[in-house]
Design a protein around this ligand. Structure first.
Ligand SMILES: Nc1ncnc2c1ncn2[C@@H]1O[C@H](COP(=O)(O)OP(=O)(O)O)[C@@H](O)[C@H]1O
Ligand SMILES: [Mg+2]
Length: 200
C-alpha cells in the first residue's frame, strides 16, 4: 500500500459516536495498517477551542458568536496543525470540522446562512473524505450521561440537525454510515470506506 496524506472527517449529531470512531479509526490505521496518523478534534485544543468548550455549556452565547469563534478556531487549527501534518504525509482524522458549524450554527438562527459560514471559513482546506454517522437522536442521547448534556443536546433540536446532515450529505456526496449498531460493526464499515479511498 502506498503511503499518502489524506484528510478524513467524522461528523454527525451529538452522540453519533464521532469521538469513539475517530479514535478507533486512528488506532486501526496506525497500528494495523502502519500509516502515519494524526488524530485531532474540534473545538480544537487551542485557546479559542477552550473558550468554545465553555460556551457549549452556556445557553446565553448568541449563535453568531459561536459561528465566528468556531471559524477562528478552525482557521487556526487548519493552518497551524492539519495542513502541516498533511504536508508531512500524515493521514489526518478530525473528530468534527466545518460540517458541524454549517449544521449547528445555521439551524439555530435565521440570520445565519450556510453561505455566510462558508465565507467565514473560506481560507481553510476541505477534507478528502467526510463520513456522517447517522443515528436516531433518542438513541444517541440515551448513550450520553444526562448530567453532562450540552446546550445542543435535546431530541427535537437534534431531529432537525439530523435531517440537515442527511440532506446535505446527499448534495455534497458525503458517506453516510448507520451508527445504530454494535461499535465493532460500525467501525468495520468506516474502515472499509477509508481503505477504499486510500486504494483508489
Ligand atoms: N455503536 C455504539 N453502541 C453503543 N454505544 C456507543 C456506540 N457508539 C458510541 N457509543 C457510546 O456512546 C457515547 C457517545 O459516543 P461519542 O463517541 O462520545 O459520541 P460523539 O462524540 O459523537 O458525541 C459514548 O459513551 C460511547 O462509548
Ligand atoms: Mg464527541
Amino acid at each position: 500500500m502506498t503511503h499518502k496524506s489524506l484528510f478524513i472527517v467524522l461528523d454527525g449529531i451529538d452522540g453519533c459516536g464521532s469521538t469513539t470512531h475517530s479514535q478507533l479509526l486512528a488506532a486501526f490505521l496506525e497500528h494495523k495498517k502502519h500509516f502515519k496518523v494524526h488524530l485531532t478534534y474540534e473545538p480544537s485544543k487551542s485557546e479559542i477551542g477552550k473558550i468554545l468548550r465553555k460556551f457549549l455549556k452556556n445557553k446565553e452565547i448568541p449563535p453568531t458568536t459561536d459561528a465566528l469563534l468556531f471559524a477562528a478556531d478552525r482557521d487556526l487549527h487548519y493552518h497551524n496543525e492539519i495542513k502541516k501534518k498533511l504536508d508531512d504525509g500524515f493521514i489526518v482524522i478530525s473528530d468534527r470540522y466545518i460540517e458541524s458549524s454549517i449544521i449547528y450554527q445555521s439551524i439555530q438562527s435565521d440570520k445565519i446562512s450556510i453561505e455566510w459560514i462558508k465565507e467565514l471559513n473560506k481560507f481553510i482546506g476541505y477534507p478528502d473524505l467526510t463520513i456522517i454517522l447517522d443515528i436516531e437522536p433518542k438513541i444517541a442521547l440515551a448513550r450520553k450521561n444526562e448530567k453532562y448534556l450540552e446546550k445542543f443536546e435535546d431530541t427535537s433540536f437534534l431531529d432537525k440537525v439530523r435531517k440537515l446532515y442527511l440532506s446535505r450529505a446527499i448534495n455534497e456526496g458525503y458517506h453516510v454510515i448507520n451508527s445504530d449498531d454494535i461499535i465493532e460493526y460500525v467501525q468495520e464499515k468506516i474502515q472499509k470506506t477509508v481503505l477504499n479511498m486510500l486504494n483508489s
